[in-house]
Design a protein around this ligand. Structure first.
Ligand code: C2E
Ligand code: CA
Ligand code: CA
Length: 517
């Protein structure tokens, strides 16, 4: 994937949540508006409950002590700060005889009409008169023997509550079911709402006070809801978009990292064997093959040098080998019997029962056709377990070779303790043939040791006829190397034939010199 494409994907992921929100916000506006209306109705009811309680307490307490003569005691009571509250604007008395008084001193002219209006009850509710277009206010009164006490209630709370969270967003109606109070109808808020399309309302009946309260909301609240959705929505979706884009970036980096790519490759079955034939130089017959791991990425086959060390360190070699062995077992049907295939193992395969478990899952493939090689480059740390594991597998007929023999430190120990009787002579030594390199004597020593210990020997990395001849002269005939063939895909290896054996002049001469029987 190109950098540009992933940049677009990141941008898309970043923008997706806010865009989705903007697309969905018309659908959310309705429910959110309802929610806001509900919350407002609850707020009003809670406020009213508290207000009623305070009013009842204060008014009753004052009533108990009023003399109804506007004397010093009454004035002190009216002005007692402990009765001041946000619910009562002012209070006053109109005695049966004499002048009235109020919290502010003299009787209020605005209230002079009260005593003339026939008040229906001894204790009840009425309203102040609407003078010069001012809002009427509720008034609680108490009447006894021609005396009157009154408390003008503050209505500013309604405006305060209705003005939140937005001005002109609500409309509130109180309808008194008691016919005596039916005239107390002064709605508050924005009256235009009632006639707006899609106006919504919530009704609450206070049965005790026989008053029905209807709260309306319309376009203004909808608009406020839409703004809130956008505001809070963006507050949430922008960081979410950022998170998604960052997450994608991290995932992409991870996938592009070797570990991520290897894991993805495993999931997608990208690891498969190439086969390098092992030829008997005496007959030019293919005796077997080494399975060499290749990573198929796109059209390329990546050699193990690029990833095998990392895969071994990360433990990924275990599932990789499993993928490889499964393929080898399937491919064996296409490789001419009795040719075998040798699979590279790492120490972990035998230090734990990984190999046993794998072979069990594969229903124990024919041990004459599936063999293993274990490099001595990486030492086995748990020799005991490895020996036990390999002995168990040996009982099942499986064979092991020591790979890269002579390059590490464990070669001879492996042979003795792990009971291995096959070695692969490393290319490093083969390369010394025909040179003055000191390691050539090591090669000779290895070959001599191999013969003495009756080891089966395979020479690896044989590239030239000179090397081939040198090895043949020293009795090493199993050859793996470019002199015959490079590793190939299955389709190629099943068609590959070694060149026909032609007796070379040296061999011809030897044959001719042989004494006749
Ligand atoms: P190796 O096990 O020593 O395998 C032999 C390597 O030498 C192979 O390289 C092979 O292609 C190469 N080779 C064979 N003949 C010649 C030759 O004549 N000339 C030259 N120049 N090279 C020759 P390859 O396939 O790149 O594998 C490299 C190493 O990766 C292997 O060395 C082995 O250690 C490791 N490897 C390969 N497949 C696996 C696997 O399935 N599991 C494990 N654990 N390691 C693997
Ligand atoms: Ca090998
Ligand atoms: Ca080797």
């Amino acid at each position: 994937m190109s950098r540009l494409t992933s940049l677009w994907i990141s941008l898309g992921l970043f923008c997706a949540p806010p865009l989705l929100l903007l697309l969905l916000s018309p659908l959310l506006t309705g429910p959110v508006t309802h929610q806001l209306l509900n919350a407002k109705a609850r707020e009003m009811l809670a406020y009213q409950a508290e207000r009623n309680q305070v009013l009842e307490q204060d008014i009753q307490a004052q009533l108990l002590r009023l003399q109804f003569n506007c004397g010093a005691e009454d004035m002190a009571l009216l002005r007692d700060t402990s009765y001041y509250s946000r619910h009562i604007r002012l209070a006053g008395i109109q005695p049966a005889h004499g002048k009235g008084c109020s919290t502010v001193g003299p009787a209020l002219p605005l209230l002079t009409g009260i005593e003339e209006t026939p008040l229906p009850l001894d204790f009840g509710l009425t309203a102040t008169s609407s003078a010069i277009g001012t809002e009427q206010e509720l008034l609680v009164y108490f009447k006894r023997a021609g005396n009157l006490a009154y408390w003008v209630l503050s209505n500013s709370w309604i405006h305060e509550i209705l003005g939140r969270p937005c001005a002109e967003c609500f409309y509130l109606e109180f309808t008194h079911h008691n016919p005596a109070l039916a005239h107390l109808y002064f709605p508050r808020g924005n009256p235009a709402i009632v006639s707006q399309p899609h106006a919504i309302k919530l009704t609450n009946l206070d049965e005790r006070n026989e008053v029905q309260q209807t709260l309306w909301a319309g376009m203004a609240l909808r608009q406020h809801a839409a703004e809130q959705i956008r505001y809070f929505g963006l507050l949430i979706t922008l960081p979410l978009g950022l998170l998604l884009a960052a997450g994608y970036g991290l995932l992409r980096n991870y996938r592009n990292s070797l570990e991520g790519l290897l894991k993805l490759g495993l999931q997608q079955g990208e690891f498969l064997p190439f086969y390098q034939p092992i030829v008997d130089s005496r007959t030019h017959e293919v005796v077997g093959h080494e399975a060499l791991l290749r990573w198929r990425r796109g059209g390329d086959f990546i050699s193990p040098g690029a990833f095998i060390d990392y895969a071994e360190r990360q433990g990924l070699i275990i599932p990789m080998t499993e993928q490889l062995v499964r393929q080898v077992v399937a491919d064996l049907t296409q490789l001419a019997a009795p040719q075998w295939v040798s699979v590279n193992l790492v120490a972990a395969h035998v230090e734990r029962p990984y190999l046993q478990e794998l072979l069990t899952r594969l229903h124990w493939p024919d041990p004459d056709r599936l063999t293993f090689e274990l490099t001595e480059r990486i030492p086995i740390s748990d020799m005991k377990t490895a020996a036990r594991e390999m002995a168990n597998l040996g009982l099942r007929g499986y064979h092991f070779k020591v790979d890269d023999f002579g390059t590490g430190y464990g070669g001879f120990a492996y042979l003795q303790q792990l009971g291995i009787s096959r070695i692969k002579i490393d290319k490093m030594f083969i390369d010394t043939i025909g040179t003055q390199d000191l390691k050539r004597s090591v090669l000779d020593a290895i070959i001599a040791f191999g013969h003495e210990s009756r080891m089966e020997m395979i020479a690896e990395g044989v590239e030239s006829q000179v090397q081939l001849d040198y090895l043949a002269e020293r009795g090493v005939y199993l050859i793996q190397g470019y002199v015959f063939a490079q590793p190939m895909a299955l389709v190629d290896v099943i068609q590959w034939r070694p060149p026909i054996k032609v007796a070379r002049p040296v061999e011809q001469k030897r044959m001719n010199e042989r004494p006749q029987a």
